[in-house]
Design a protein around this ligand. Structure first.
Ligand code: SAM
Length: 248
């Protein structure tokens, strides 16, 4: 059954309305009519089985027949702080981490980022496009929320936010002792986590020094060097396994 998103404020009593770009998809692509049944998610963790009762040019009105908590959401809210990679890779990173349960993706402007964000307007344009990719991946994977892609931030802004989370770390291929398992076993009851992945060129030494000086541990992911677009999803999959999200 196709799944769509609406905002919580569009769910009123036993009725809901879809007024996003999905209206065209429902009416023109899927050619659904009154009486058609769809699944609608309110983006706040609830799924609704809904029967279409009225279709207008810019909205689809439905009657709710069933409300369930979306069981596709992990118990831990994970934020990926991603060193902005070369064009195109961010799309892949957003898509794969959304499928794996990420809650938020924060692009970070680091020393060795090849693609630069020229100005706020350019950053917002990229963010809007990346957010659409997150929405599409959330629908495809049946998520209960659409992960938020924030506007690009600096290292300092990322550090400030990382430190507000229950558990935080930065995978770094030159780290030889601190392992991810150690970090996770010390924070068994964590409800929020965040980690930072460097771009293709990795972290600059000054950046790893800064992270460590702020108490953000660098951790090894083993002897093999993972591409920037591999590392984030690998860590996320390990986190999901560790909390029993994908193996219980
Ligand atoms: N220095 C790397 C190289 O020689 O290719 C470049 C960085 S790697 C392509 C991109 C990012 O993935 C790193 O900044 C780090 O965050 C993470 N990463 C990759 N392999 C890792 C490993 N074995 N241990 C910890 N982090 C790793």
């Amino acid at each position: 059954m196709p799944k769509f998103f609406t905002e919580p404020e569009n769910v009123k009593g036993n009725e809901l309305t879809i007024s996003s770009g999905d209206v065209r998809h429902i009416t023109k692509v899927l050619r659904l009519k009154e009486g058609g049944v769809i699944t609608v998610c309110d983006g706040a963790g609830f799924d609704y089985k809904a029967k279409i009762c009225e279709i207008s040019s810019d909205a689809v009105h439905c009657k709710i027949t069933e409300k369930t908590r979306c069981d596709a959401e992990p118990d831990m809210r994970v934020t990926l702080f991603q060193g902005i990679p070369k064009a195109g890779k961010m799309d892949y990173i957003i898509q794969k981490t959304t499928e794996l349960g990420i809650s938020r993706i924060v692009p970070v402007m680091l020393e060795r980022c090849v693609s630069k964000i020229e100005n706020k307007k350019a950053g917002e344009k990229k963010r809007e496009r990346w957010q659409k990719i997150a929405e599409s991946a959330a629908k495809q994977s049946g998520r209960g929320i659409i992960p938020e892609v924030s506007e690009p931030v600096t290292l300092e802004e990322a550090i400030r936010e990382l430190k507000t989370l229950d558990v935080f770390f930065a995978p770094y291929e030159c780290e030889e002792t601190t392992r991810l398992r150690g970090i996770l076993t010390q924070n068994k009851n964590a409800r929020t986590a965040g980690f930072m992945i460097g771009p293709e060129g990795g972290f600059d030494m000054s950046e790893t020094d800064r992270l460590r000086s702020e108490g953000i541990p660098t951790v090894t992911l083993g002897k093999r060097i993972l591409r920037t677009e591999t590392a984030g999803e690998a860590v996320l999959a390990m986190l999901m396994y560790e909390i029993g999200d994908i193996n219980d």
